[in-house]
Design a binder for this molecule. Sequence first.
Ligand code: NI
Ligand code: MN
Length: 227
Amino acid sequence: MQLRFLGHACFEVGVGGKRLLFDPFLSGNPLAPVAPDQLDVDYILLTHGHGDHVGDTIAIARRTGAIVIAPFELASYCRQQGANVHEMHIGGAFMFPFGRVKLTPAWHGSAVVTDEQIIYTGNPCGYLIEAEGKVLYNAGDTGLFGDMRLIGERHRIDVALLPIGDNFTMGPDDAAYAARLLRARTVIPMHYDTFERIKQDPERFAAALRPEGIAVQILRPGETFTL
Ligand code: NI
Ligand code: MN
């Protein structure tokens, strides 16, 4: 399984001969290392409806025919916008050609906000991807919650993608606590530095976890990590 960080909460995942894309916020992201039309993907996985996550989903899905995997309400919205979708919901898992996908809870909001209206898109979520004998956990935008311990008990997490930006999500201290609850082997911080309000020092976050044997892999936009 190969991960390429594309800035903010966007990761491209190569697994099982397929290309997956999490939360493709590229247009309007000052740190995005690629343009949306440079990507060719099979699946787009969305954690929630906010603009910094849905991002370029519709344009990429229409151009490539990629299937959008999302919680039911958000998937329904994407279908109305012309995307192929696969609806799921929290607690449910499905075996896709590349591996098993399971939706996990996340404490956050979920709505598509335009200049004219706010369209609520159900509950936000996180994702577990089990493929090639590895487990990837993407927490999505969330605060710290105790059931991360349950997720860690039920799944042997190789890599956890955790937000550290604070203000909208967990900050570095809560994310470090989350990594302990999850018993993740490696943590990749995300959702920081994109905007002034979520500036963080990922090195400080890494330093808090290293003594406990939890590896922190800091990726700059465009960098890859193989697990
Ligand atoms: Ni959000
Ligand atoms: Mn966000």
